[in-house]
Write a protein that binds this ligand. Structure first.
Ligand code: ZN
Length: 450
């Protein structure tokens, strides 16, 4: 018998962690951190339903922290089994986990551990990350492997480089775990692989209540032109993984369409994003073929990379139009905080958020229109223009989630909705019912038979 218990990302968008028990053998599909407000982060401290040392395998869908960020803790607590993922995900995961360990120790050393978004720091250390990476076993897409007696296969999911969804066959039943599903017709990534058949689909529903605007490039162009008009720097808090590369590619396309944008200097102030550029270079088969553009990563000209902190400090005194891309994407840490600190009070500056802003993050507070925010102990009055682009999401919108589920060819599968705030999950469950699917919103702690 195969059972599934929803341990995380059930009622929340973070903490993805699905416990699958095949004839008494335990594995996790994803092993992510809860992130966000204090009450959500506190869930990381709750005991697991099965002790770490008794887990036999972990199958990872992709390298985002909310899908892999609990792994170092699991290993520290005694997990010694394999951690399966695709080759590109192994590289992304290494960058993401090392960065997370670094930020936690940095914040802790600087005394920021009492601030809300770092209440858990340091949750794990670089040593825990090194131990975790030694347990990684990579498996290519479309290749069967055996986990706890189940036959598992990865299929391309889009979303970010390396992302895969999990197809698990056990006891004559077939179960799909979407991980995070990407977009159709994305600039860099391929469409998600169609489903064939399934008895159960555990499906993310982050944007179950929304569709994305059709033309994200036009939205970015208008925002950049308004920023140029304003006369100051254009600061972009950007996820280092995937979104930075998406933005370079989009800016590169706009440079060819608009002379004003072509003249704008572009600064990528993120060692992590620069490392992720390297993952793309290494895994050419993981994304669409790009035109060869020597000296212009992802087709973006006029680009300066800032790796060291001295190189980052060169950006301190910019007060003319220039794009500065830095992470973290929700302004919860990293170099972007220094750019925000210097520019939030600058009436000539523009702050552009090209991604999702989680509840309780500084990014969400700013896009919600706060007139002042607290940063590095100072209360700053927000005088910069604030923009939030909604078209660059790495997650499928409502119509795309439905499109993917309809590749099943029938509506007989039982669908469990995860990775969504309750309003999104409820909206998408209603849509699925209209289309004939049996949809259940997963609750944390709920166990079902697959
Ligand atoms: Zn993700």
């Amino acid at each position: 018998m195969t059972e599934l218990t929803f341990v995380g990302a059930a009622g929340t968008v973070t903490g993805s962690k699905h416990l699958v028990t095949v004839d008494g053998h335990h594995l996790f599909v994803d092993c992510g951190l809860f992130q966000g407000p204090r009450d959500v982060e506190a869930l990381n401290l709750a005991p697991l339903p099965v002790p770490a040392a008794e887990m036999e395998a972990v199958v990872i869908t992709h390298g985002h922290l909310d899908h892999v960020g609990y792994l170092p803790r699991l290993v520290r607590d005694g997990y010694r089994g394999p951690i399966y993922c695709t080759p590109a995900t192994a590289d992304v995961m290494e960058i993401v986990l090392e960065d997370a360990a670094h930020i936690q120790s940095h914040m802790h050393d600087r005394g920021f551990h009492h601030e809300r978004s770092h209440s858990l720091a340091p949750f794990f250390t670089s040593e825990d990350v090194s131990a975790t990476l030694r347990q990684v076993k990579t498996v290519a897409l479309e290749t069967d492997f055996t986990v706890c007696g189940a036959t598992v296969r990865y299929h391309y999911a889009g979303h970010i480089v390396g992302a895969a969804y999990v197809d698990m066959r056990a006891g004559g039943r077939r179960s799909i775990f979407s991980g995070d599903l990407g977009r159709y017709d994305a600039a860099l990534l391929f469409d998600p692989t169609p489903l064939e058949s399934a008895d159960t689909v555990v499906c993310e529903a982050t944007y179950g209540d929304r569709e994305h605007p059709p033309d994200s490039l036009a939205e970015l162009r208008a925002t950049l032109l308004a920023g140029i008009e304003r006369g100051g720097p254009i600061i972009m808090p950007t996820f280092a993984v995937e979104r930075s590369q998406d933005m370079l590619f989009a800016i590169g396309r706009l440079q060819k369409m608009d002379a004003q944008i072509a003249r704008l200097p572009v600064h990528l102030d993120s060692p992590m994003a620069i490392k992720v550029d390297g993952v793309f270079a290494k895994h050419r088969d993981a994304y669409r073929e790009l035109p060869e553009t020597p000296g212009a990563p992802f087709g973006c000209n006029n680009l300066t990379l800032h790796v060291t902190s001295d190189q980052s400090k060169q950006l301190n005194h910019i007060n003319a139009p220039a794009i500065v891309i830095a992470s973290s994407g929700m302004a919860t840490g990293g170099r972007i905080l220094y750019h925000l600190y210097r520019n939030l009070e600058n009436p000539n500056a523009t702050i552009v958020f090209p991604g999702y802003q989680g509840q309780g993050t500084l990014g969400r507070i700013i896009i919600n229109g706060a007139s002042s925010v607290r940063l590095f102990g100072d209360q700053l009055t927000v005088r910069a223009a604030i923009a939030h682009l909604s078209g660059f999401s790495a997650h499928a919108g409502q119509d795309e989630l439905l499109r993917w589920l309809q590749t099943l060819g029938s509506t007989t599968a039982q669908v469990y909705l995860v990775h969504a705030d309750p309003p999104s999950a409820q909206a998408f469950a209603a849509i699925l019912k209209q289309h004939g699917f049996a949809a259940t919103i997963a609750q944390r702690g709920m166990t079902v038979t697959l």
